[in-house]
Structure formats: structure tokens, C-alpha cells
Design a protein around this ligand. Sequence first.
Ligand SMILES: [Zn+2]
Ligand SMILES: [Zn+2]
Length: 217
Amino acid sequence: MGSKIPREQVRTEKVKMQYFQAKIQIKSGLLQDSQSLLYSKDWKISLLEIYLCTLYLDKTEELNLNNDFLIISNNQPLHELIFLAKSKEGLKIYMLKFDSNKNFIKITAGIFLSKRPSWILSPVCHICSQEFDMIKRCHHCRYCGKNICASCSKFCRLDLLGYINVQRLCVKCVTRVGDRMKFVCEIRNEDMSESMLENLYDLPYNQSVLASTLETM
Ligand SMILES: [Zn+2]
Ligand SMILES: [Zn+2]
């Protein structure tokens, strides 16, 4: 018996089907050249589109919004977004500037929600393989979307997918998310323990329009 899909997940699936577009300023380069990219003035105007968990740049570059796509930082007051993605040439850093707060929020929220997994319904826990029943309740891992029981899961922060509060993750994903966060901290040149106190949002939750948008989308 799998649990029914809650409203929150239905909303996420709806967002994934939506089409988003915005005119942006962008500069990009290979990850190893990120320092020079930071100081480069080589901005160009591009059309960014998101549809069915894929991000398109000028209809020529195509990036999958999966777990390899990492938001490194988002600066709401400056409408800036930095992300890392796998391209044909290798790992690339993209720095984006939006012309309005509205577009910044729309696209950033669209990326976070597109990255969330579709949920898989299974009669058994994917870690311990025990069947779900009235006592062994069925839950979902917010990072891989698979069914899990309470003893094979933990509540953790999941900033990578734009969640504000702690979320239930399967024990395998707890390690995966920890590794990804460590990687993000390395790129941001930050100490993990220090930045784990803060999240990926540059504003406190109650001031962040992005955070409240993510909760209602
Ligand atoms: Zn289990
Ligand atoms: Zn998982």
C-alpha cells in the first residue's frame, strides 16, 4: 500500500509542467576558471526558458534540472543567481542577473521546484524492504522521491531543493545531500560548519519573498 500523493507534491508536479521565461544577463565558464569569471565583465543578454525540468539558454544550450544542477548562491536584493551545471564541455558555473525581482523569484523558484523528484509509490520501504501497514507507516524521501519507513529516514535540512524547514530524507540521501552541501561550500569558499548555520537564501526567512513563494507554489 503506497500513501496518496499530498497536495504539496501535486503543486510541485504542476510547476514542472509550466513554462517560464525571462531575459537575463549572463556570463559562464568552466568551474576551474570561476575566479576569473567572477571579475570578468563579459556579460551577454540571453533568453532563459524552463520547461519540463530542463533549462534552455538562447535555445542552444540545454541543462537538466536534476541533482547535478546546483544553486551555489542566490542574492535576492541584487537579483543575482549563481549555479553549477553539467555541460558538454564539463562542469560549468553560470552567473545570472535578472532585470526585476519578479523574474528573479519566478525563475529561482521554478528551478528549485523542477529539481524536486517525482514521487514513486511502492508497497515496501526501499531501504529495509519491509512492507508498509498500519504500524509500519509509509513516508517519502524528499531528495530521491522513494518510499521509506520512519526508521530508515531522518529529518534534515534540504536547502539544495529550496526547502525552508527540515524534511524527511532516506538514510542514503542524508549522506548524498551532506556531500553535495560540502561541494557547494567548497565552491563558495566557505567553512561547512559556518554556512550550515545559514541556508542558501541570503535573506532571513521572514524577509525573503523567494522563501514565501516557494512555500505557496
Ligand atoms: Zn525501512
Ligand atoms: Zn532518498
